[in-house]
Write a protein that binds this ligand. Structure first.
Ligand SMILES: Nc1ncnc2c1ncn2[C@@H]1O[C@H](COP(=O)(O)OP(=O)(O)OP(=O)(O)O)[C@@H](O)[C@H]1O
Ligand SMILES: [Mg+2]
Length: 147
């Protein structure tokens, strides 16, 4: 695990661009943190790093998942409202979780037992108006690796 300080939006942009540039098919990035911590903002920069042309990723609040096309497909899930929806197989989330794109998931704990074991997890904490702490860890289903 590593802890970094994102002192400004620029630092968040650099992190997101790098994650997007390095993503491989089937990768999953889970993003936790309070409302306003920067999960959607980081996702927007990840999309840029992936070469997604729509330069504005809005929060997919009313639809659970938004799909974008870059170097790889980007599946952006915001599961905040998942408990209000019926958590059954009809949502078909597995098709995205185990697909060929990059999955970026806000509020991943809503997945419960469906939470994929192999993923990069980032926990964002608000430090001040412009700065955030990011704790980054890679999970491979067994031990936790240093990022
Ligand atoms: N260093 C920073 N990194 C990320 N966002 C920042 C930073 N500094 C300020 N912000 C601002 O914080 C806000 C983060 O909002 P955002 O919608 O990304 O949060 P969120 O974690 O997705 O919240 P929600 O849980 O409501 O979806 C944005 O207005 C963004 O501009
Ligand atoms: Mg959000």
């Amino acid at each position: 695990m590593s802890t970094i300080i994102l002192a400004s939006l620029k630092d968040t942009e650099i992190l997101g661009q790098r994650l997007g540039a390095e993503a491989r098919p089937g990768d999953i990035i889970t993003l936790s943190g309070d409302l306003g911590a920067g999960k959607t903002t980081l996702t927007r920069f990840i999309a840029q790093g992936l070469g997604v042309k729509d330069n504005y990723i809005t929060s997919p609040t009313f639809s659970i998942i938004h799909e974008y096309q870059g170097r790889l497909p980007l599946y952006h899930m915001d599961l905040y409202r998942l408990q209000e929806l019926s958590m059954d197989d009809e949502l078909g989330l597995e098709d995205y979780l185990y697909g060929e794109g990059l999955c970026v998931i806000e509020w991943p704990n809503r997945l419960g037992e469906m939470l994929p074991a192999r993923r990069l997890h980032i926990e964002l904490t608000i430090i001040s108006e412009d700065s955030r702490q990011a704790v980054i860890g890679e999970f491979d289903g067994g031990e936790q690796k240093k990022y």
